[in-house]
Design a protein around this ligand. Structure first.
Ligand SMILES: [Zn+2]
Length: 295
Protein backbone atom coordinates (compact mmCIF):
# COMPACT_ATOMS: atom_id res chain seq x y z
CA UNK A 1 0.00 0.00 0.00
CA UNK A 2 2.70 2.39 1.01
CA UNK A 3 4.74 1.43 -2.02
CA UNK A 4 1.73 2.10 -4.26
CA UNK A 5 1.21 5.52 -2.68
CA UNK A 6 4.86 6.37 -3.38
CA UNK A 7 4.35 5.40 -7.04
CA UNK A 8 1.23 7.60 -7.26
CA UNK A 9 3.08 10.55 -5.76
CA UNK A 10 5.94 10.08 -8.26
CA UNK A 11 3.53 9.97 -11.22
CA UNK A 12 1.67 13.05 -9.94
CA UNK A 13 4.95 14.95 -9.47
CA UNK A 14 6.07 14.10 -13.01
CA UNK A 15 2.65 15.08 -14.41
CA UNK A 16 2.71 18.42 -12.60
CA UNK A 17 6.29 19.08 -13.78
CA UNK A 18 5.16 18.33 -17.36
CA UNK A 19 2.12 20.62 -16.97
CA UNK A 20 4.33 23.43 -15.65
CA UNK A 21 6.63 23.03 -18.68
CA UNK A 22 3.54 23.22 -20.96
CA UNK A 23 3.97 19.67 -22.22
CA UNK A 24 0.52 18.25 -21.41
CA UNK A 25 -2.99 18.86 -22.74
CA UNK A 26 -2.42 19.73 -26.43
CA UNK A 27 -4.49 22.73 -27.61
CA UNK A 28 -8.03 21.79 -28.66
CA UNK A 29 -8.48 21.87 -32.45
CA UNK A 30 -11.47 23.25 -34.32
CA UNK A 31 -14.84 21.57 -34.00
CA UNK A 32 -16.54 21.52 -37.40
CA UNK A 33 -20.15 20.81 -38.42
CA UNK A 34 -20.73 19.62 -42.01
CA UNK A 35 -24.31 19.54 -43.36
CA UNK A 36 -24.52 17.58 -46.61
CA UNK A 37 -27.29 17.78 -49.21
CA UNK A 38 -27.24 15.91 -52.51
CA UNK A 39 -28.74 18.07 -55.29
CA UNK A 40 -25.59 20.20 -55.41
CA UNK A 41 -23.12 17.30 -55.62
CA UNK A 42 -20.88 17.28 -58.68
CA UNK A 43 -22.60 15.65 -61.68
CA UNK A 44 -26.12 15.50 -60.21
CA UNK A 45 -28.75 16.94 -62.60
CA UNK A 46 -31.97 14.88 -62.29
CA UNK A 47 -34.25 13.87 -59.39
CA UNK A 48 -33.51 10.21 -60.32
CA UNK A 49 -29.85 10.89 -59.40
CA UNK A 50 -30.80 11.73 -55.81
CA UNK A 51 -33.72 9.35 -55.22
CA UNK A 52 -33.64 5.81 -53.80
CA UNK A 53 -34.29 3.48 -56.75
CA UNK A 54 -32.87 5.87 -59.38
CA UNK A 55 -30.55 4.10 -61.86
CA UNK A 56 -27.50 6.21 -60.88
CA UNK A 57 -28.40 6.83 -57.20
CA UNK A 58 -25.62 4.47 -56.05
CA UNK A 59 -23.02 6.37 -58.08
CA UNK A 60 -24.12 9.73 -56.69
CA UNK A 61 -24.23 8.41 -53.10
CA UNK A 62 -20.57 7.54 -53.52
CA UNK A 63 -19.74 10.95 -55.04
CA UNK A 64 -21.69 12.65 -52.21
CA UNK A 65 -19.59 10.68 -49.71
CA UNK A 66 -16.33 11.52 -51.52
CA UNK A 67 -17.17 15.24 -51.65
CA UNK A 68 -17.92 15.09 -47.92
CA UNK A 69 -14.57 13.36 -47.36
CA UNK A 70 -12.84 16.20 -49.23
CA UNK A 71 -14.33 18.67 -46.75
CA UNK A 72 -13.37 16.42 -43.80
CA UNK A 73 -9.79 16.22 -45.09
CA UNK A 74 -9.67 20.00 -45.63
CA UNK A 75 -10.87 20.48 -42.05
CA UNK A 76 -8.17 18.12 -40.78
CA UNK A 77 -5.55 19.99 -42.87
CA UNK A 78 -6.58 23.17 -41.03
CA UNK A 79 -6.30 21.50 -37.62
CA UNK A 80 -9.83 20.29 -36.87
CA UNK A 81 -9.99 17.79 -34.02
CA UNK A 82 -13.71 17.02 -34.07
CA UNK A 83 -15.99 16.73 -37.11
CA UNK A 84 -19.71 15.93 -37.22
CA UNK A 85 -21.28 15.11 -40.60
CA UNK A 86 -25.05 15.55 -40.85
CA UNK A 87 -26.63 13.64 -43.78
CA UNK A 88 -29.37 16.13 -44.74
CA UNK A 89 -30.97 14.85 -47.95
CA UNK A 90 -34.36 13.12 -48.35
CA UNK A 91 -34.11 9.94 -46.23
CA UNK A 92 -30.98 11.36 -44.49
CA UNK A 93 -29.50 7.91 -45.20
CA UNK A 94 -27.45 8.58 -48.32
CA UNK A 95 -23.80 8.96 -47.24
CA UNK A 96 -22.08 5.54 -47.27
CA UNK A 97 -20.90 5.06 -43.66
CA UNK A 98 -18.04 2.68 -44.53
CA UNK A 99 -16.61 5.06 -47.15
CA UNK A 100 -16.84 8.15 -44.93
CA UNK A 101 -13.51 9.36 -43.55
CA UNK A 102 -13.14 7.74 -40.09
CA UNK A 103 -12.17 11.11 -38.61
CA UNK A 104 -15.85 12.16 -38.80
CA UNK A 105 -18.91 11.01 -36.90
CA UNK A 106 -22.09 10.62 -39.00
CA UNK A 107 -25.60 11.71 -38.00
CA UNK A 108 -28.19 9.77 -40.05
CA UNK A 109 -31.99 9.84 -40.42
CA UNK A 110 -34.46 12.46 -39.11
CA UNK A 111 -35.42 13.28 -35.55
CA UNK A 112 -38.44 15.28 -36.81
CA UNK A 113 -37.31 18.18 -34.64
CA UNK A 114 -36.95 21.77 -35.88
CA UNK A 115 -33.14 21.55 -36.37
CA UNK A 116 -33.75 19.26 -39.35
CA UNK A 117 -30.74 19.61 -41.71
CA UNK A 118 -28.75 21.07 -38.79
CA UNK A 119 -29.51 18.36 -36.22
CA UNK A 120 -26.45 18.00 -33.98
CA UNK A 121 -25.38 21.68 -34.04
CA UNK A 122 -24.73 23.43 -30.72
CA UNK A 123 -22.64 26.22 -29.23
CA UNK A 124 -19.51 24.08 -28.97
CA UNK A 125 -18.89 24.16 -32.76
CA UNK A 126 -16.49 26.65 -34.36
CA UNK A 127 -17.63 26.50 -37.99
CA UNK A 128 -20.34 25.24 -40.36
CA UNK A 129 -19.70 23.83 -43.84
CA UNK A 130 -22.39 23.13 -46.46
CA UNK A 131 -21.68 20.47 -49.10
CA UNK A 132 -23.90 19.62 -52.11
CA UNK A 133 -26.32 22.53 -51.55
CA UNK A 134 -28.77 23.95 -54.13
CA UNK A 135 -30.50 27.27 -54.85
CA UNK A 136 -33.81 28.39 -53.34
CA UNK A 137 -37.15 27.69 -55.04
CA UNK A 138 -38.04 29.85 -58.06
CA UNK A 139 -34.39 30.49 -59.10
CA UNK A 140 -33.72 30.35 -62.86
CA UNK A 141 -30.76 28.33 -64.25
CA UNK A 142 -30.35 26.45 -60.96
CA UNK A 143 -29.97 22.66 -60.64
CA UNK A 144 -32.90 21.00 -58.77
CA UNK A 145 -33.78 24.25 -57.03
CA UNK A 146 -36.33 24.11 -54.16
CA UNK A 147 -36.69 25.23 -50.55
CA UNK A 148 -37.08 22.24 -48.21
CA UNK A 149 -39.86 20.76 -50.39
CA UNK A 150 -40.89 21.21 -54.01
CA UNK A 151 -44.33 22.30 -52.71
CA UNK A 152 -43.04 25.77 -51.75
CA UNK A 153 -42.54 28.77 -54.06
CA UNK A 154 -40.70 30.93 -51.51
CA UNK A 155 -39.61 31.11 -47.87
CA UNK A 156 -39.11 34.70 -46.72
CA UNK A 157 -37.75 35.57 -43.25
CA UNK A 158 -37.68 39.24 -42.21
CA UNK A 159 -38.20 40.21 -45.85
CA UNK A 160 -35.29 38.09 -47.17
CA UNK A 161 -35.93 35.25 -49.61
CA UNK A 162 -33.86 32.43 -48.14
CA UNK A 163 -32.50 29.21 -49.62
CA UNK A 164 -32.07 26.20 -47.31
CA UNK A 165 -28.51 27.41 -46.70
CA UNK A 166 -29.92 30.68 -45.32
CA UNK A 167 -32.48 28.98 -43.05
CA UNK A 168 -29.81 26.57 -41.78
CA UNK A 169 -27.27 29.37 -41.31
CA UNK A 170 -29.82 31.28 -39.21
CA UNK A 171 -30.07 28.28 -36.86
CA UNK A 172 -26.27 27.96 -36.70
CA UNK A 173 -26.09 31.72 -36.08
CA UNK A 174 -28.49 31.33 -33.16
CA UNK A 175 -25.82 29.07 -31.60
CA UNK A 176 -23.13 31.63 -32.51
CA UNK A 177 -21.57 29.47 -35.24
CA UNK A 178 -20.63 30.99 -38.65
CA UNK A 179 -20.86 29.39 -42.11
CA UNK A 180 -17.38 29.43 -43.69
CA UNK A 181 -17.69 27.26 -46.83
CA UNK A 182 -20.38 26.09 -49.29
CA UNK A 183 -20.27 23.91 -52.40
CA UNK A 184 -23.01 23.46 -54.99
CA UNK A 185 -24.08 24.96 -58.30
CA UNK A 186 -23.29 28.55 -59.33
CA UNK A 187 -26.76 29.80 -58.34
CA UNK A 188 -26.48 28.72 -54.67
CA UNK A 189 -22.88 29.91 -54.42
CA UNK A 190 -24.08 33.38 -55.60
CA UNK A 191 -27.01 33.30 -53.12
CA UNK A 192 -24.69 32.26 -50.26
CA UNK A 193 -22.21 35.06 -50.91
CA UNK A 194 -25.08 37.56 -51.09
CA UNK A 195 -26.32 36.42 -47.65
CA UNK A 196 -23.12 35.55 -45.76
CA UNK A 197 -20.50 37.80 -47.42
CA UNK A 198 -17.01 36.59 -48.25
CA UNK A 199 -17.27 32.86 -47.48
CA UNK A 200 -15.28 30.31 -49.50
CA UNK A 201 -17.29 28.50 -52.20
CA UNK A 202 -16.74 25.84 -54.86
CA UNK A 203 -18.97 26.03 -57.95
CA UNK A 204 -19.16 22.40 -59.08
CA UNK A 205 -21.65 23.08 -61.94
CA UNK A 206 -23.71 25.79 -63.60
CA UNK A 207 -27.37 25.37 -64.49
CA UNK A 208 -28.35 26.05 -68.12
CA UNK A 209 -32.12 25.88 -67.93
CA UNK A 210 -32.68 22.32 -66.73
CA UNK A 211 -29.25 21.12 -67.96
CA UNK A 212 -25.87 21.69 -66.34
CA UNK A 213 -22.25 22.29 -67.27
CA UNK A 214 -20.03 20.74 -64.59
CA UNK A 215 -16.42 20.22 -63.55
CA UNK A 216 -15.05 16.69 -62.98
CA UNK A 217 -15.91 15.20 -59.55
CA UNK A 218 -12.20 14.73 -58.75
CA UNK A 219 -11.58 18.43 -59.50
CA UNK A 220 -14.56 19.37 -57.31
CA UNK A 221 -13.14 17.25 -54.48
CA UNK A 222 -9.63 18.73 -54.79
CA UNK A 223 -11.00 22.29 -54.73
CA UNK A 224 -13.34 21.46 -51.81
CA UNK A 225 -10.42 20.17 -49.73
CA UNK A 226 -8.28 23.24 -50.51
CA UNK A 227 -11.01 25.85 -49.95
CA UNK A 228 -12.36 24.21 -46.78
CA UNK A 229 -8.86 24.37 -45.31
CA UNK A 230 -8.43 27.97 -46.55
CA UNK A 231 -11.73 29.00 -44.91
CA UNK A 232 -10.91 27.39 -41.56
CA UNK A 233 -7.45 28.96 -41.53
CA UNK A 234 -9.15 32.39 -41.53
CA UNK A 235 -11.95 31.37 -39.16
CA UNK A 236 -11.78 34.71 -37.33
CA UNK A 237 -12.93 36.60 -40.45
CA UNK A 238 -16.45 35.08 -40.38
CA UNK A 239 -19.49 36.19 -38.39
CA UNK A 240 -22.56 34.12 -37.47
CA UNK A 241 -25.55 34.84 -39.77
CA UNK A 242 -28.21 36.65 -37.75
CA UNK A 243 -31.42 38.58 -38.39
CA UNK A 244 -33.12 40.87 -35.85
CA UNK A 245 -36.06 39.70 -33.70
CA UNK A 246 -39.02 39.64 -33.78
CA UNK A 247 -38.91 37.30 -36.75
CA UNK A 248 -41.51 37.18 -39.51
CA UNK A 249 -41.81 34.12 -41.72
CA UNK A 250 -43.75 34.11 -44.98
CA UNK A 251 -44.31 30.75 -46.65
CA UNK A 252 -45.65 30.69 -50.20
CA UNK A 253 -47.22 27.43 -51.42
CA UNK A 254 -47.38 26.29 -55.04
CA UNK A 255 -50.79 24.73 -54.33
CA UNK A 256 -53.48 26.83 -52.59
CA UNK A 257 -54.41 23.83 -50.40
CA UNK A 258 -51.00 24.16 -48.70
CA UNK A 259 -51.78 27.76 -47.72
CA UNK A 260 -55.25 26.74 -46.52
CA UNK A 261 -53.83 24.01 -44.25
CA UNK A 262 -51.08 26.23 -42.83
CA UNK A 263 -53.55 29.03 -42.10
CA UNK A 264 -55.07 26.88 -39.28
CA UNK A 265 -51.81 26.92 -37.27
CA UNK A 266 -52.37 29.18 -34.20
CA UNK A 267 -51.04 32.67 -34.93
CA UNK A 268 -50.91 32.17 -38.71
CA UNK A 269 -52.07 35.04 -40.95
CA UNK A 270 -53.34 34.30 -44.48
CA UNK A 271 -51.75 36.91 -46.78
CA UNK A 272 -53.05 35.88 -50.19
CA UNK A 273 -53.97 32.84 -52.28
CA UNK A 274 -50.56 31.21 -51.86
CA UNK A 275 -49.00 32.82 -48.78
CA UNK A 276 -49.27 32.49 -45.00
CA UNK A 277 -47.19 34.45 -42.49
CA UNK A 278 -46.05 33.77 -38.92
CA UNK A 279 -44.18 35.74 -36.26
CA UNK A 280 -41.93 34.51 -33.45
CA UNK A 281 -39.67 35.99 -30.80
CA UNK A 282 -36.84 33.47 -31.15
CA UNK A 283 -35.19 31.65 -34.05
CA UNK A 284 -36.07 28.24 -32.62
CA UNK A 285 -39.77 29.18 -32.17
CA UNK A 286 -39.72 30.37 -35.80
CA UNK A 287 -38.23 27.05 -36.91
CA UNK A 288 -40.91 25.11 -35.01
CA UNK A 289 -43.58 27.11 -36.89
CA UNK A 290 -41.74 26.54 -40.19
CA UNK A 291 -41.70 22.80 -39.52
CA UNK A 292 -45.47 22.82 -38.84
CA UNK A 293 -46.13 24.93 -41.95
CA UNK A 294 -44.66 22.23 -44.21
CA UNK A 295 -46.78 19.37 -42.85
ZN1 LIG B 1 -31.75 17.46 -50.84
Amino acid sequence: MKKKLGFVITVLTLALAGFAAGQTAPAKGLKVFISVDMEGVSGVIHWDDVSVGGADYGLFRRLMTEETNAAVQGALDAGASEILVRDAHDTARNILPDLLDPAARLLRDWTYGPLSMMEGIDRTFDAVIFIGYHARASTPNAVLKHTMTTRLLDVIINGKKLPEAGINALMAGDFGVPVVFLSGDKAICDQARELFGDIETVVVKEGIGTAELGIHPKTAQKMTREKTAAALRRIKSFKPFKLNPPYTLEVSYADEAGAQKASWIPGAVRKDEHTVSFTAGTVMDLMKLFRLSKM
